[in-house]
Design a protein around this ligand. Structure first.
Ligand code: ZN
Length: 223
Protein backbone atom coordinates (compact mmCIF):
# COMPACT_ATOMS: atom_id res chain seq x y z
CA UNK A 1 0.00 0.00 0.00
CA UNK A 2 2.87 2.36 0.79
CA UNK A 3 6.13 2.90 -1.00
CA UNK A 4 9.27 2.01 0.86
CA UNK A 5 10.63 4.89 2.88
CA UNK A 6 11.90 7.50 0.42
CA UNK A 7 14.72 9.90 1.28
CA UNK A 8 12.05 12.55 1.88
CA UNK A 9 10.21 10.37 4.35
CA UNK A 10 13.45 9.58 6.18
CA UNK A 11 14.07 13.32 6.52
CA UNK A 12 10.55 13.81 7.88
CA UNK A 13 11.11 11.11 10.51
CA UNK A 14 14.28 12.89 11.61
CA UNK A 15 12.52 16.26 11.77
CA UNK A 16 9.70 14.86 13.91
CA UNK A 17 12.21 13.39 16.38
CA UNK A 18 14.29 16.58 16.63
CA UNK A 19 11.27 18.86 17.07
CA UNK A 20 9.85 16.44 19.65
CA UNK A 21 13.05 16.87 21.68
CA UNK A 22 12.66 20.65 21.35
CA UNK A 23 9.18 20.41 22.92
CA UNK A 24 10.85 19.39 26.18
CA UNK A 25 13.62 22.00 25.95
CA UNK A 26 11.13 24.78 25.19
CA UNK A 27 8.81 23.81 28.05
CA UNK A 28 5.91 22.97 25.74
CA UNK A 29 5.65 19.33 26.88
CA UNK A 30 6.49 16.87 29.65
CA UNK A 31 7.07 13.13 29.10
CA UNK A 32 5.18 12.08 25.98
CA UNK A 33 2.31 14.61 26.15
CA UNK A 34 1.24 16.15 22.84
CA UNK A 35 2.05 14.97 19.34
CA UNK A 36 3.05 16.24 15.90
CA UNK A 37 2.76 15.16 12.30
CA UNK A 38 3.92 16.02 8.79
CA UNK A 39 2.01 15.38 5.58
CA UNK A 40 4.15 13.80 2.84
CA UNK A 41 2.08 13.39 -0.33
CA UNK A 42 -0.61 10.77 0.40
CA UNK A 43 0.84 9.73 3.78
CA UNK A 44 0.92 11.41 7.19
CA UNK A 45 3.97 10.75 9.38
CA UNK A 46 2.98 11.10 13.06
CA UNK A 47 4.64 10.64 16.45
CA UNK A 48 3.79 7.41 18.28
CA UNK A 49 1.58 7.07 21.34
CA UNK A 50 3.25 6.70 24.74
CA UNK A 51 6.90 6.94 23.67
CA UNK A 52 8.75 9.59 25.70
CA UNK A 53 10.22 12.40 23.61
CA UNK A 54 13.62 11.85 25.20
CA UNK A 55 13.73 8.27 23.88
CA UNK A 56 11.95 8.64 20.53
CA UNK A 57 13.84 7.34 17.45
CA UNK A 58 13.14 7.96 13.73
CA UNK A 59 11.93 4.36 13.28
CA UNK A 60 9.28 4.92 15.99
CA UNK A 61 7.48 7.47 13.77
CA UNK A 62 4.23 6.01 12.42
CA UNK A 63 2.69 6.30 8.96
CA UNK A 64 -1.03 6.57 8.29
CA UNK A 65 -3.02 7.16 5.12
CA UNK A 66 -5.40 10.11 4.82
CA UNK A 67 -8.21 7.62 5.53
CA UNK A 68 -6.53 6.55 8.79
CA UNK A 69 -5.31 3.24 7.35
CA UNK A 70 -1.89 1.93 8.37
CA UNK A 71 0.75 0.22 6.19
CA UNK A 72 0.03 -3.44 5.42
CA UNK A 73 2.94 -4.62 7.55
CA UNK A 74 1.82 -2.31 10.38
CA UNK A 75 3.67 0.35 12.37
CA UNK A 76 6.32 -0.55 14.96
CA UNK A 77 4.45 1.62 17.51
CA UNK A 78 0.83 2.75 17.91
CA UNK A 79 0.17 6.06 16.13
CA UNK A 80 -0.74 9.01 18.38
CA UNK A 81 -4.20 8.83 19.95
CA UNK A 82 -4.91 12.22 18.32
CA UNK A 83 -4.39 10.85 14.78
CA UNK A 84 -8.09 11.51 13.90
CA UNK A 85 -7.67 15.19 14.81
CA UNK A 86 -4.48 15.53 12.72
CA UNK A 87 -6.16 13.87 9.70
CA UNK A 88 -9.24 16.11 10.07
CA UNK A 89 -7.01 19.21 10.03
CA UNK A 90 -5.21 18.05 6.86
CA UNK A 91 -8.58 17.40 5.24
CA UNK A 92 -9.96 20.84 6.23
CA UNK A 93 -6.87 23.05 5.56
CA UNK A 94 -3.72 23.33 3.45
CA UNK A 95 -1.58 22.28 6.43
CA UNK A 96 1.76 20.61 5.72
CA UNK A 97 2.42 19.93 9.42
CA UNK A 98 0.44 19.96 12.69
CA UNK A 99 1.76 20.46 16.24
CA UNK A 100 -0.34 19.63 19.32
CA UNK A 101 0.97 20.49 22.79
CA UNK A 102 -0.26 20.63 26.39
CA UNK A 103 1.76 23.81 26.96
CA UNK A 104 0.99 25.31 30.39
CA UNK A 105 0.06 28.92 29.56
CA UNK A 106 -2.36 27.79 26.86
CA UNK A 107 -3.92 25.11 29.08
CA UNK A 108 -4.40 27.66 31.89
CA UNK A 109 -6.08 30.11 29.51
CA UNK A 110 -8.23 27.33 27.99
CA UNK A 111 -9.84 26.67 31.35
CA UNK A 112 -10.58 30.32 32.05
CA UNK A 113 -11.34 32.27 28.85
CA UNK A 114 -13.44 31.81 25.68
CA UNK A 115 -10.58 32.99 23.43
CA UNK A 116 -7.08 34.42 23.37
CA UNK A 117 -7.66 38.07 22.40
CA UNK A 118 -5.34 40.31 20.39
CA UNK A 119 -3.00 41.36 23.21
CA UNK A 120 -0.19 41.93 20.66
CA UNK A 121 -0.20 42.44 16.91
CA UNK A 122 1.92 39.30 16.41
CA UNK A 123 -1.35 37.37 16.77
CA UNK A 124 -1.95 38.17 13.09
CA UNK A 125 0.64 35.42 12.48
CA UNK A 126 -2.04 32.99 13.70
CA UNK A 127 -4.84 34.63 11.70
CA UNK A 128 -6.20 36.73 14.61
CA UNK A 129 -7.70 36.07 18.06
CA UNK A 130 -7.49 32.34 18.80
CA UNK A 131 -10.74 30.54 19.68
CA UNK A 132 -11.09 28.06 22.54
CA UNK A 133 -12.91 24.97 21.20
CA UNK A 134 -15.43 23.23 23.50
CA UNK A 135 -14.18 20.38 25.67
CA UNK A 136 -14.46 16.92 24.10
CA UNK A 137 -12.58 13.78 25.26
CA UNK A 138 -9.06 13.27 23.85
CA UNK A 139 -8.75 10.98 20.86
CA UNK A 140 -12.43 11.29 19.85
CA UNK A 141 -13.98 12.15 16.50
CA UNK A 142 -15.87 14.88 18.38
CA UNK A 143 -12.61 16.55 19.37
CA UNK A 144 -11.41 16.45 15.75
CA UNK A 145 -14.65 18.14 14.71
CA UNK A 146 -14.50 20.77 17.48
CA UNK A 147 -10.87 21.60 16.62
CA UNK A 148 -11.38 22.00 12.88
CA UNK A 149 -14.57 24.05 13.42
CA UNK A 150 -12.77 26.53 15.68
CA UNK A 151 -9.78 26.73 13.28
CA UNK A 152 -11.80 28.52 10.60
CA UNK A 153 -9.58 31.36 9.27
CA UNK A 154 -6.86 30.60 11.85
CA UNK A 155 -3.69 28.52 11.98
CA UNK A 156 -4.14 27.89 15.73
CA UNK A 157 -6.87 26.63 18.03
CA UNK A 158 -7.00 26.13 21.80
CA UNK A 159 -8.74 23.01 23.15
CA UNK A 160 -10.54 23.69 26.45
CA UNK A 161 -8.95 21.92 29.46
CA UNK A 162 -6.59 20.19 27.05
CA UNK A 163 -4.04 22.13 25.00
CA UNK A 164 -2.97 23.86 21.82
CA UNK A 165 -2.98 22.97 18.13
CA UNK A 166 -1.13 24.89 15.41
CA UNK A 167 -0.44 24.11 11.80
CA UNK A 168 1.85 25.48 9.10
CA UNK A 169 3.18 24.82 5.61
CA UNK A 170 5.96 22.76 7.22
CA UNK A 171 7.00 21.56 10.67
CA UNK A 172 9.26 24.58 11.30
CA UNK A 173 6.35 27.00 10.77
CA UNK A 174 3.84 24.90 12.76
CA UNK A 175 6.34 24.72 15.63
CA UNK A 176 7.11 28.47 15.55
CA UNK A 177 3.37 29.08 15.78
CA UNK A 178 3.13 26.79 18.83
CA UNK A 179 5.84 28.90 20.50
CA UNK A 180 4.09 32.14 19.46
CA UNK A 181 0.76 30.91 20.84
CA UNK A 182 2.33 30.01 24.20
CA UNK A 183 4.11 33.41 24.32
CA UNK A 184 0.87 35.28 23.55
CA UNK A 185 -1.03 33.35 26.27
CA UNK A 186 1.70 34.17 28.77
CA UNK A 187 1.78 37.81 27.74
CA UNK A 188 -2.00 38.04 28.11
CA UNK A 189 -1.82 36.59 31.64
CA UNK A 190 0.90 39.08 32.58
CA UNK A 191 -1.19 41.95 31.19
CA UNK A 192 -4.22 40.79 33.21
CA UNK A 193 -2.14 41.16 36.38
CA UNK A 194 -2.21 44.95 35.82
CA UNK A 195 -6.00 44.99 35.39
CA UNK A 196 -8.07 44.90 32.20
CA UNK A 197 -5.67 45.19 29.24
CA UNK A 198 -6.29 47.11 26.01
CA UNK A 199 -7.04 44.76 23.13
CA UNK A 200 -6.33 45.52 19.45
CA UNK A 201 -9.41 46.00 17.28
CA UNK A 202 -10.17 44.06 14.08
CA UNK A 203 -9.33 47.21 12.07
CA UNK A 204 -5.95 47.55 13.80
CA UNK A 205 -5.20 43.88 13.08
CA UNK A 206 -6.26 44.27 9.43
CA UNK A 207 -3.85 47.21 9.12
CA UNK A 208 -0.99 45.06 10.48
CA UNK A 209 -1.81 42.21 8.08
CA UNK A 210 -1.90 44.59 5.11
CA UNK A 211 1.42 46.20 6.07
CA UNK A 212 3.08 42.79 6.60
CA UNK A 213 1.92 41.71 3.14
CA UNK A 214 3.19 44.93 1.58
CA UNK A 215 6.62 44.50 3.18
CA UNK A 216 6.91 40.84 2.13
CA UNK A 217 5.98 41.89 -1.41
CA UNK A 218 8.67 44.59 -1.31
CA UNK A 219 11.31 42.10 -0.11
CA UNK A 220 10.58 39.71 -2.96
CA UNK A 221 10.94 42.46 -5.54
CA UNK A 222 14.38 43.53 -4.38
CA UNK A 223 17.16 42.41 -6.75
ZN1 ZN B 1 -3.54 16.20 23.84
Amino acid sequence: MYRDDSDGLQAVRGQLVSYSARLLDDGLAVGSAGNMSVRAADVVAITPSGVSYAEMQPEDICLVGMDGGEPEDGNPETPSSETPMHLAIYAATKAGAVVHTHSPEVVALSASRPELPAIHYAITGLGGPVRVAPYVRFGSAGLAEAATGALDGRSAVILRNHGAVTYGRDLAQAYERALLLEWLARTYRLALSYGEPAILSAAELDEVTAESRRRRYGERRQP
